[in-house]
Design a protein around this ligand. Structure first.
Ligand SMILES: NC(=O)c1ccc[n+]([C@@H]2O[C@H](COP(=O)([O-])OP(=O)(O)OC[C@H]3O[C@@H](n4cnc5c(N)ncnc54)[C@H](OP(=O)(O)O)[C@@H]3O)[C@@H](O)[C@H]2O)c1
Length: 243
């Protein structure tokens, strides 16, 4: 199946590591030109160097998504683009940090990007949520609540922007990659890590690439009738019925 991504331009926030980096690479492999941001300039440069060496059209900018003027300047500089993937989360437990990054900064960036992607014939916004939005999370109530709130916001935005832009959510489950959250748990607390493996019916955690492939599909013209949806990439680990 041809996803129809060749020649399109995508913008990803938080693209130097983990799920965001896999999204950048996968979109580029499908023929998109991709621009991403992250805070650490060294890791931005390294990512651009590595992915460009694979023959992809990649550009990276060092900025903090909480710096709204910097984000607006970056998106203006990128110019016309078709796909926006707000991927950054503070991955924090406290409300203030989570509100500032996962909510305020993400909405600001998304609304600026919406004004640009709505001019594309294939406009798409794919927000990276989390399965944690859908159940009680006593150890990280702020994170789960904000992801739930953002999924609600994305559903409303979908109706606001249709038919010009398809807005969807991809909600990963437990995802393992070097240097990521679950890699830290694996090294720090092997018993907790084994419990996470057991609660996943596939007997393992997911990979960043498994999330990225779904993001690429949903963001692509091949998913032209998918709008306002929330796709779980959780290996079947959420057992309740999502209606
Ligand atoms: N990992 C999981 O198991 C999992 C599960 C469910 C959902 N998710 C969701 O997937 C998304 C990505 O998570 P991840 O685990 O891949 O994260 P990660 O490994 O921490 O990577 C985050 C990326 O975003 C950048 N970043 C972080 N804060 C930023 C900021 N304020 N401004 C600009 N860039 C920033 C980081 O680079 P710098 O540090 O250099 O800025 C890095 O490139 C998040 O929305 C998360 O909630 C993850």
């Amino acid at each position: 199946m041809d996803l129809g991504l060749k020649g399109l331009k995508a913008v990803v926030t938080g693209g130097s590591q983990g799920i965001g980096r896999a999204i950048v690479r996968t979109l580029a492999e499908q023929g998109c030109a991709v621009q991403f941001c992250a805070r650490n300039p060294g890791r931005v440069e390294e990512t651009v160097r590595e992915l460009s060496a694979e023959g992809h059209q990649i550009g990276g900018t060092a900025l903090d998504v909480r710096d709204a003027p910097a984000v607006r300047a970056w998106l203006a500089e990128v110019g016309a683009f078709d796909i926006f993937v707000p991927n950054v989360s503070a991955l924090a437990d406290d409300w203030a940090t989570t509100l500032a990054t996962d909510v305020s900064a993400t909405i600001e960036a998304t609304e600026t990007a919406a004004g640009i992607v709505r001019r594309s014939a294939h406009g798409a916004i794919t927000f990276i949520g989390s399965k944690t939005a859908s159940y009680a999370a006593p150890h990280s109530p702020a994170y789960g609540a904000m992801k739930a709130g953002m999924a609600h916001y994305m559903k409303s935005l979908s109706l606001q922007l249709m038919p010009a832009v398809r807005v969807n959510v991809v909600s990963p489950g437990d995802i393992l990659f070097p240097g990521g959250y679950w890699d830290g748990v694996r090294l720090r607390d092997p018993r907790l890590f084994e419990a996470a493996e057991r609660r996943n019916p596939l007997g393992r955690l997911g990979t960043a690439e498994e999330v990225a492939r779904v993001v690429a599909f949903i963001s692509s013209p091949a998913a032209s009738f998918v709008a306002g949806s929330n796709w779980y990439v959780d290996g079947g680990s959420v057992s309740h019925v999502q209606i």
